[in-house]
Ligand binder design. Structure first.
Ligand code: MRU
Length: 360
């Protein structure tokens, strides 16, 4: 089984419960938190116990399965069971708005439920749980394939900048952007990583740096405002980031600050790649302007943990994501190959995705 070989098991199924690494306290402390139902999982997603688009999708799928398991012991009436399960799915859908993987996973679980709605309720709950396991295992397999496609773009000796954490912690294992680095290193290439700290939640400083140090992949931590300087000094050869949602024209939503990195990369002639499982492409949206951008609480900006550095009463903005226009994207690295937004090959691929999702 694929997951056992992974060093970081972001989400795991133990004794009838979902366990997730508490990413809010890494790397200072390492602990798992256990979840029993949709509401708990939704809160885990909202509060960033689990984060990263693919990991959020996997967690949500387990949330649906857990809710069904919880309900079979309490609700024998089929119509009331259905109404309560639907409510649980609704709560999960409200947890975070930007990562489309959340809605993709909920939709997949809902369709499976509808297909099996005539089954006895315990059998239905088992089917939903099996599907959640399948989504988790598929995610690791997809990341490995994506990693191999992406690794071909990197040459030995390259210094690659990444923003936020698109690693094993942001997925069920291996990672998307960090999966590309892992795969390149596994192919014997000498890759060194430059990790943007990623204000305000510090996913780069806390999570990417931790994953790379654990693995022995050379990593240098910088604050976000150092990226341009390093690029201008010729110290960055490529950028690889993850994404939370890609629109049909190739516009990319990712962690706040990504757009700035993409502009800098273009200014310095540095390739800017986005690692993106197909489930992160939102073919319903013609362009990135339609992507909902989560606005998080001001206290993430005015301080960190128990320390506050900004004066009380100051007005704060805290958009958690930004959109990089497709023209700044050198290539989308997916499990189906590398696509360059705006090209005929890319447009054909998007049309095929629309057909598969029955939009044409
Ligand atoms: O707010 P987060 O930590 O959930 O944001 C995560 C990111 O922006 C990642 O880059 C993205 O989800 C891709 S993860 C493979």
């Amino acid at each position: 089984m694929v997951l056992e070989k992974d060093r970081v098991e972001t989400l795991r199924w133990r004794k009838g419960r979902l366990e997730m690494i508490d990413q809010r306290i890494l790397p200072a402390r390492f602990r798992y938190l256990a979840y029993h139902g949709a509401r708990g999982v939704a809160e885990g997603i909202r509060s960033m116990v689990v984060r990263g688009a693919p990991a959020i999708g996997v967690a949500a799928a387990y949330g649906v399965a857990l809710e069904a398991i919880f309900l079979i012991r309490r609700e024998k009436n089929r119509a009331r069971f259905a109404a309560r399960l639907q409510k649980g799915i609704g709560v999960l859908a409200q947890s975070r708005p930007t990562a489309v993987n959340l809605f993709w996973a909920l939709d997949r679980m809902r369709r499976l439920w509808e297909k099996n709605s005539a089954r006895k309720l315990p059998a239905l709950a088992r089917i939903l749980l099996r599907e959640a396991h399948r989504i988790r295992e598929e995610d690791v397999r997809i990341n490995r394939v994506m990693g191999r496609h992406g690794a071909r773009l990197l040459k030995s000796g390259m210094r690659v900048l990444t923003h936020c954490n698109a690693g094993a912690l942001a997925t069920a294992g291996h990672g998307t952007a960090l999966g590309v680095f892992r795969s390149a290193v596994a192919q014997g290439k000498k890759i060194s990583v430059v990790a943007d700290e990623t204000r305000p939640f510090l996913q780069g400083a806390r999570l990417t740096a931790w994953e790379m140090v654990q693995e022995g992949i050379p990593v240098t931590l910088i604050t976000d405002n150092m990226a341009g300087h390093l690029m201008s000094c010729g110290e960055i050869d490529a950028v690889v980031v993850g994404t939370d949602r890609v629109a049909a024209n190739g516009d990319v939503a990712n962690k706040i600050g990504t757009y700035m990195v993409a502009v800098l990369a273009r200014r310095h002639g540095i390739p800017f790649y986005v690692a993106c499982p197909v489930s992160t492409v939102d073919v319903h949206l013609p362009h990135g302007r339609g992507i909902p951008i989560e606005e998080r609480k001001p206290d993430e900006v005015t301080g960190f943990a128990n320390i506050r550095w900004a004066p009380r009463g100051v007005r704060v903005r805290n958009p958690a994501f930004d959109v990089t226009p497709y023209r700044l994207v050198t290539g989308l690295i997916t499990e189906e190959g590398v696509f360059v937004p705006g090209t005929k090959k890319f447009l054909r691929w998007i049309d095929d995705l629309k057909k598969k999702r029955k939009l044409i």
